[in-house]
Design a protein around this ligand. Structure first.
Ligand code: DC
Length: 233
């Protein structure tokens, strides 16, 4: 991992609930700074996709734990072309399937899953200055990140954004989307290990009434403030 001369980890951690705008924000910030981008949710989704494709019962935590080291997981860290690979095969589209989405919270609650994926995520972070998005980045994966953001938005706005993304492919209503988001957030926030939570030193940004560019501006401003040498590079 990259550190500045004061020892700060040159990383931006972006955490928050589903649909709060983490991916667009994290990609936008990484693009502006010329940094790497890591979508940790894509990795939990990729593992979930692999388990489902191997007919493994995702609610059987023991079996999930036993099989977790089998697939080889990797991602592209280029914010202009994010992609996720399982055993060398790109599965970026497959991991957005509603069946994966409704199964991923159960898989990500298994301790052995988190142990393995956090270690892969830390290895990927070694590739350079990085913007990382997820649920436990500021608290567990990179607690010494120089900048930590906790992104929130109202349920209505989050559901509208997600429904707009899904409308064409799946025909799911805004109301149903809101219910699915709330259910996933509940599972992700109440699991025992590394639940979704705001780090004490994270800056909360409410994106409900902000444009994407305004949110990106705020995060980039924090980077300039905390690690000016790297923000300028
Ligand atoms: O960000 P996303 O919706 O693609 O994430 C999918 C799921 O992965 C989310 O419901 C919870 C889990 N996840 C996690 O437990 N820890 C992370 N750092 C990122 C995602």
């Amino acid at each position: 991992m990259v550190h500045d001369d004061t020892g700060a980890l040159v990383a931006v951690a972006v955490d928050g609930p589903s649909g709060s705008g983490k991916s667009s924000t994290a990609r936008g910030v990484a693009t502006r700074l010329g940094w790497n981008y890591v979508d940790t949710g894509a990795m939990y989704r990729a593992l979930t996709w692999w388990l489902i494709s191997h007919d493994i019962d995702i609610h059987d935590a023991d079996t999930v734990a036993q099989r977790v080291t089998e697939p080889l997981l990797d991602i592209s860290v280029d914010p202009s072309s994010p992609a996720v690979f399982v055993d060398g095969r790109e599965v970026s589209a497959e991991i957005r399937d509603p069946h994966v989405t409704s199964s991923v919270s159960a898989v990500s609650a298994v301790p052995a899953v988190r142990e393995r994926l956090v270690s892969v995520q830390r290895e990927i972070m070694e590739r350079g200055a990085v913007v990382v998005e997820g649920r436990d980045i500021g608290t567990v994966v990179a607690p010494d990140a120089a900048v930590k953001v906790f992104l929130v938005a109202s349920t209505e706005v989050r559901a509208e954004r997600r429904a707009a993304e899904w409308a064409e492919g799946h025909g799911i209503t805004v109301e149903r989307t809101a219910a699915m988001l709330d259910q996933r957030d509940h599972l992700d926030s109440t699991r025992e290990l590394s639940p979704l939570s705001q780090a004490d030193d994270a800056v909360m940004i409410d994106s409900t009434a902000l444009t994407l560019d305004e949110v990106i501006d705020r995060v980039v401003a924090l980077v300039h403030e905390r690690i000016p040498t790297f923000a300028a590079s």
